[in-house]
Design a protein around this ligand. Structure first.
Ligand SMILES: CC(C)(COP(=O)(O)OP(=O)(O)OC[C@H]1O[C@@H](n2cnc3c(N)ncnc32)[C@H](O)[C@@H]1OP(=O)(O)O)[C@@H](O)C(=O)NCCC(=O)NCCS
Length: 313
């Protein structure tokens, strides 16, 4: 599909799976997470094999990049865009242009396929050479103060694990909580979007009178730092926060434009900021350009991305 004198870039095939896992394992200092992330993406209906690209030389796979199609919500509009990652090159091949060949081929293909923009979380000194800009989005947390009066509400909702059939209610919850954030990832319409591949992470729904009114994703390793928090209404926001916090300080991954911000802001302190590692590249004109322009002028707060569950590994 694309080649320099030494390196050819092409779509992955099933025969490449082990070699791709090997590339990421060695590129990321013998860590398994990135290889698992790629494997998990292949199980998702949104996986696009055309955008899982290998760099090959002399019959050996020396690099790999994955672009994942996702719906991103940009200032009220749902847009089919791409999340890039992971990108890895075998250590002995690093610094020889393989990553650059993959990036250029991948971005060109993404543009040809009609994707308007790409987002990623990565090295802020590497990706700008390909046209990516940092501070395109960021991180946002509302930390509820220990001892906030929230505990008065504890016990009104009942938690249970996520189960098949919950998806429509969870999507509706997501829209209520998150649709006002200027840049966010819309969960897939699929049960696995609401489950975590990481056994240390618990995904719960909260019921009131038998109806789903909330959802959380919490790691046993960081119980005070919630990974996803959705609530249907003011009471659910407070009751779920109370149940999780139990009087202790609790960091919620909310954004000032999240639904729960209206009620929970008074109990906590905000931290939100754009980050140089939160990068994006516009490929064709879209609402994303307006978002970037308004954000740069300080007229919109940076969006923030809650990474899909595949990235929990
Ligand atoms: C980052 C990576 C994909 C780059 O691929 P590569 O084939 O080594 O890169 P190229 O040969 O195309 O480009 C080399 C340039 O990238 C720079 N570069 C390489 N790794 C970098 C890093 N981690 N941060 C910033 N710049 C980096 C080099 O300094 C070199 O710069 P120069 O052209 O100004 O001399 C590769 O080094 C890698 O797999 N690293 C480990 C895994 C990783 O960090 N992946 C990216 C996660 S965001």
């Amino acid at each position: 599909m694309f080649s320099t004198s030494a390196v050819t870039v092409r779509q992955e095939s099933i025969n490449d799976y082990l070699a791709i896992a090997d590339v990421h394992y060695h590129a990321f200092e013998n860590r398994q997470a990135e290889a698992k992330i790629v494997a998990l993406h292949r199980q998702r209906y949104c996986f696009e094999p055309k955008l899982s690209l290998v760099a090959e030389t002399g019959g050996r796979i020396v690099g790999h990049v994955l672009y994942s199609p996702r719906t991103l919500r940009v200032m009220g509009q749902d847009i089919g865009a791409l999340i890039l990652g992971p990108l890895g090159v075998l250590p002995e091949w690093q610094g020889r242009g393989v990553g650059s060949v993959l990036m250029r081929a991948g971005d060109d293909l993404a543009r040809t396929l009609g994707y308007p923009f790409v987002v990623l979380l990565g090295h802020d000194t590497y990706y700008p050479r390909f046209g990516y800009v940092g501070n395109a989005f960021g991180f946002s947390t509302l930390t509820l103060r220990a001892g906030a009066a929230l505990h008065l509400f504890e016990g009104a909702v009942e938690a249970r694990p996520v189960q098949a059939g919950d998806e429509p209610a969870l999507m509706a919850l997501w829209r209520i909580e998150e649709a006002g954030v200027d840049l966010s990832v819309v969960p897939d319409d699929d049960l696995s979007a609401w489950l975590s591949p990481n056994p240390r992470i618990t995904c719960s729904v909260y019921l009131r009178d038998g109806k789903i009114v909330g959802y959380t994703r919490v790691s046993a390793d960081e119980p005070g730092q919630v990974r996803m928090f959705l609530a249907r209404d003011v009471n659910a926001s407070v009751e779920i926060a109370a149940a999780l916090g139990q009087g202790r300080s609790l960091a919620l991954p909310l954004h000032p434009r999240s639904g729960s911000a209206r009620v929970l802001s008074e109990y906590g302190d905000w931290s939100y900021r754009a980050d140089p590692h939160c990068m994006a590249r516009a490929l064709t004109p879209s609402m994303f350009d307006s978002y970037m322009a308004l954000m740069r002028r300080g007229q919109r707060i940076p969006g923030r991305i809650l990474w899909p569950a595949e990235f929990d590994v």
